[in-house]
Design a protein around this ligand. Structure first.
Ligand SMILES: Nc1ncnc2c1ncn2[C@@H]1O[C@H](COP(=O)(O)OP(=O)(O)OP(=O)(O)O)[C@@H](O)[C@H]1O
Ligand SMILES: [Mg+2]
Length: 468
């Protein structure tokens, strides 16, 4: 009579195999956590053989095995293949008497198995991927306590599997983030290279156009038409120069290299220079430009070029966005006795709605890109540059409402009323540690004042800040 040796296959076999594959455990090396649990099962159940076994399509594979000298066995001769088709612990009292196992090579031959008890490894989704099993060479049964312990230890094996899976996912996630960060850094570098290239190629021709148009405008006899045309050229070149410089400094700030070239600066001179530069454009638009200063002492420690370009950007905005009002643009300057300098550029244009007053400092932010088309090169970069330049000075900048109408862009800068202690006026910024804010300085009493005006260039161009 033929013996029945049919190995049962769980109903959800495909999904079960998928769950097993997801753990990525089969064919991995020994791990103490699994070996320890098998060893504990062996001790508690007083069985000479114990194993953590996983059952795949065709075999059972041992992650941990005590008293067994094989790594895997065919599925159809496996006790565990029966255990995973069972709920709860599957046990065989005496394999010789069980038609399913009596001809099994491990029963008739080495190691001569008689007793088997296996607790299925049930995943959180309910799939039985393997067993924690104990085996003996004599017929026997487990006590109630041993059965309970085997179940608990099997649950521990699953917890270990889950932990391993989480770690793998975490590692994959980290690798993913690393790859994405690397590619972002690569892109950032490419962008910076591109900006440097563009800035380099554009800045130099503009640096030639601007002083020359200024020179011709000031000295040549021109017809009204010629003057108009030249003014157009100058306007466009200046707008492009502003955009190129803003772009350059924003990209420097991103690269962490926007650090002020500290020098002692006479603020009143700087304000006057800015006013003179913008006056013609203001007059063309029927706007007035006034400087109102209540500075106690106007010597500050700052980067004159950065500070001037902040003011120029703000005035440029007032000229652009308050153009219809034909009002007054005010540049206000004041200081507190403890060295805080407040600067503001105010206009009586339409103002900026409260909801947008923060957002306009973000890159490329424009309330109404159509309005900004006044200047073809308007890109929503001016205020971004202003904030970065002010922050590089340790200050803050914000937009306010101005009654009855208009906006005020205010800056608070800790740069004023300095007495130099052992630092040279154009010295290393680290010397700034040696700078001390003094409470009262007699008017004109500050020492070591240097002019910030470039000698041979028009004021609006400024001196080179080491453009690549
Ligand atoms: N004085 C102002 N009055 C009204 N709106 C303003 C004023 N200043 C700025 N804005 C608004 O804030 C937006 C951002 O200004 P920002 O200077 O950053 O960019 P832009 O002037 O559009 O372009 P860019 O400065 O690059 O030439 C402007 O597009 C405008 O909508
Ligand atoms: Mg602007």
């Amino acid at each position: 009579m033929a013996l029945i040796r049919v190995t049962p296959v769980p109903e959800n076999e495909e999904d079960r195999l998928e769950a097993l594959r997801a753990y990525g455990i089969v064919h991995t090396g020994p791990e103490a956590a699994f070996t320890d649990l098998a060893s504990l099962a062996s001790e508690i159940c007083e069985a000479p053989i114990a194993a953590v076994s996983f059952v795949d399509e065709s075999r059972q594979w041992f992650k941990a095995a005590l008293g067994l000298y094989v790594l895997e066995t065919p599925r159809d001769s496996s006790f565990c293949a029966h255990a995973i088709a069972h709920d709860g612990i599957f046990s065989v009292h005496d394999a010789r008497q069980d038609p399913r196992f009596s001809t099994n090579s491990s029963v008739v031959g080495d190691p001569g198995i008689r007793f088997y008890a296996g607790a299925p490894l049930v995943t959180p989704a309910g799939f039985k991927v393997g067993t924690l099993c104990v085996l003996d060479t004599v017929p026997r049964a487990l006590t109630g306590l041993q059965r309970r312990a085997l179940r608990v230890l099997a649950a521990q094996v699953v917890t270990r599997l889950e932990l391993r899976l989480s770690k793998r996912e975490l590692a994959r996630h980290e690798a993913d983030i690393r790859a994405r960060t690397d590619s972002r850094i690569r892109l950032q570098r490419q962008k910076q290279d591109l900006v440097s290239l563009v800035v380099h190629d554009l800045k130099n021709p503009i640096a030639v156009i601007l002083p020359n148009t200024g020179f011709v405008l000031d000295h040549a006899r021109l017809t009204e038409e010629e003057r108009e045309a030249l003014c157009d050229i100058e306007r466009s070149a200046r707008a492009m120069h502003g955009m190129v410089m803003n772009l350059l400094d924003i990209s420097r700030s991103e690269a962490g290299t926007l650090s002020p070239a500290w020098a002692t600066v006479r603020l009143k001179d700087l304000l006057e220079e800015v006013r003179r530069t913008a006056r013609r454009r203001a007059e063309e638009r029927g706007q007035k430009l006034v400087v109102s200063s209540s500075l106690a002492n106007d010597c500050v420690r700052a980067d004159a070029d950065l500070l001037r370009r902040v003011l120029e950007n703000l005035i440029d905005n007032s000229l652009k966005y308050a153009a219809k009002t034909k009002g007054t643009i005010r540049i206000e300057a004041s200081s507190t006795p403890d060295g805080i300098v407040d600067l503001a550029v105010c206009d009586n244009g339409a103002g900026v709605p409260a909801a947008y007053r923060e957002r306009i400092f973000e890159r490329y932010a424009q309330l109404d890109p159509d309005t900004a088309k006044h200047a073809r090169s308007s890109r929503g970069l001016g205020l971004t540059f202003c904030r970065l330049a002010v922050e590089a000075h340790g200050g803050t900048i914000w937009a306010e409402d101005r009654a009855p109408t208009g906006s005020a862009f205010r800056m608070r800068l800790p740069i004023g009323l300095l007495e130099l202690r052992g630092a040279t006026a154009n010295g290393d910024p680290s010397n700034d540690i040696a700078l001390r804010v003094v409470r009262s300085v007699a008017p004109g009493g500050t020492r070591d004042v240097t002019s910030t005006r470039p000698s041979a260039m028009p004021a609006q161009l400024g001196h080179s800040r080491g453009v690549p």
